[in-house]
Design a protein. Structure first.
Length: 101
């Protein structure tokens, strides 16, 4: 496993830090002041705050299993699998979730 490290826009020349994540991450997307991630197993989390070391990690769409996530400047998108599917590549239907501005 790897380590997620990031820097704050407020301190571009500061050393990267590790946000407080206590899960294995399958996919990560980063926006301007937020990130979205999919944990191993398909749970979706939104991370936001003024600085990465103070991010609030919050689970989204409980009971859904996600396979893809992307972030824009101030919004996020994620693809949820139907309960019978096992991966995005075999996907022929599903749900797209969007949040932010």
């Amino acid at each position: 496993g790897g380590l997620v490290r990031c820097s704050s826009v407020a301190s571009l020349f500061g050393p990267p830090i590790s946000p407080p994540l206590k899960m294995r991450v399958a996919e990560l997307a980063v926006g301007t002041s937020h990130a979205a991630l999919i944990a191993v197993g398909g749970r979706l989390f939104d991370c936001h705050g003024s600085q990465p070391q103070r991010w609030v990690v919050q689970e989204k769409a409980l009971g859904k299993r996600f396979c893809a996530v992307a972030c824009g400047a101030e919004h996020s998108l994620a693809v949820a699998l139907p309960s019978s599917e096992h991966g995005c590549l075999s996907q022929i239907s599903g749900e797209v979730f969007a949040w932010g501005v």
